[in-house]
Design a binder for this molecule. Structure first.
Ligand code: KG4
Ligand code: ZN
Length: 336
């Protein structure tokens, strides 16, 4: 049976609902919460309240766009974690109530696995096994993807996520939230070789991004002490140089993992895979190392329910359902 599934994503500051029919996305509605802008970062309590307000309109819009009613659904899926507890709770409670009311199964999804399965929404699709560099605001991982639901984390960050490093760097430069996309935009006209920032080499396939944050802080302090207008006069070059250091830190380990596993199918996923510098770099490396690279469309890089729906589709086919005790888990691990 090819199921019709409604999927809900509410792990952070995007309320999203998607419909998947016969393995094809029929709707993907995302309501981004603007309320956090004036605070310079996501305020968890405000995120929960905004999810509560957005969830019914977003779900209604998804059903309308997919041209179905609730009665056509064969299952309801939701993001169980990782994410913010209060935010996850809204999606979980909504999905659970709807599944109970409709007498259909519930499917829980791991947010990081969903980011990876975003690669199966559109062509071209990677072949198994492939390596996925999963880079978001909360995670930085190199994952060995053996099958749709079989994944192994080869390496990860020991402190900050790379998205966090982008956002914190942007904040130190006085850029408005969300900083990552803004830093990317400014970097496009800058010289990445103008300033040098550390590329930390951790053991194995692991990463560390806390050192670069301190380096940036010192760099700003030292330079603005001599010239108070240093940042505004050199902003594109500073952004390009920071972005290059972050990208090269990621690429160093990705190259190592590709060489040591012998895998040439290479994918990137998560919010930071929207970064234009990373997208360009991965394509350059593909030529050098003979990789086949896979980069999701922008709408499937940052948080969205279509990827949750895709993940739920494969879980449905594998008979992996949740029970009525399903609850959110902010630190949900990828144990597949
Ligand atoms: O996957 P995502 O939407 O949410 C999480 O699961 O965390 O990722 C959000 C992260 C944020 O840190 C954001 O600044 C970063 O992805 N991001 C970017 C870009 N677009 C989003 N970072 C750098 N360049 C971008 N273009
Ligand atoms: Zn995410």
């Amino acid at each position: 049976m090819m199921p019709t599934i409604l999927a809900i994503e509410s792990s952070c500051d995007d309320t999203s609902a998607a419909v998947i029919k016969d393995g094809k996305i029929g709707a993907n509605i995302v309501a981004t919460q603007a309320v956090h802008e004036k605070y310079g970062g996501v305020v968890p309590e405000l995120a929960s309240r905004a999810h509560e307000q957005n969830i019914i309109p977003v779900v209604s819009q998804a059903l309308l766009t997919a041209n179905i009613t609730k009665r056509d659904l064969n299952a309801v899926a939701f993001t169980r974690g990782p994410g913010l507890l209060g935010a996850l709770l809204v999606g979980c409670s909504f999905a659970k109530s709807l599944a109970l009311g409709l007498h259909i199964p519930l499917i829980e999804v791991n947010h990081m696995q969903a980011h990876i399965l975003a690669h199966f929404i559109e062509e071209p699709k990677p072949a198994f096994p492939f390596l996925c560099l999963t880079v978001s605001g909360g995670h930085t991982q190199i994952v060995l993807v053996k099958d749709y639901l079989q994944m192994e984390i080869l390496g990860q960050t020991s402190d900050d996520a790379v998205g966090e490093a982008f956002d914190k760097s942007a904040k130190l430069l006085g850029l408005p939230y969300p900083g990552g996309p803004m830093l990317d935009k400014l970097a496009q006209t800058g010289n990445p070789d103008k300033y040098s920032f550390p590329i930390v080499n951790m053991p194995g396939y692991d990463f560390s991004f806390s050192g670069i944050k301190t380096a940036i802080l010192n760099f700003i302090k030292n330079n603005t002490a001599q010239n108070p207008d240093f940042i505004s006069q050199n902003l594109p070059d500073i952004c390009a140089s920071i972005q290059q250091a972050l990208i090269l830190t990621l690429m160093k380990k990705l190259v190592l993992a590709a060489q040591e596993t012998g895998i040439k199918e290479i994918a990137i996923a998560g919010g930071v895979s929207a970064n234009s510098g990373l997208r360009r770099t991965i394509q350059e490396y593909a030529k050098i190392y003979g990789w086949n690279t896979y980069i999701p469309a922008f709408e499937y890089c940052t948080d969205n329910a279509a990827m949750v729906a895709m993940n739920a589709h494969y879980k449905f086919l594998a008979g992996q359902f949740s029970n009525q005790y399903a609850s959110p888990d902010p630190r949900l691990k990828m144990t597949f």
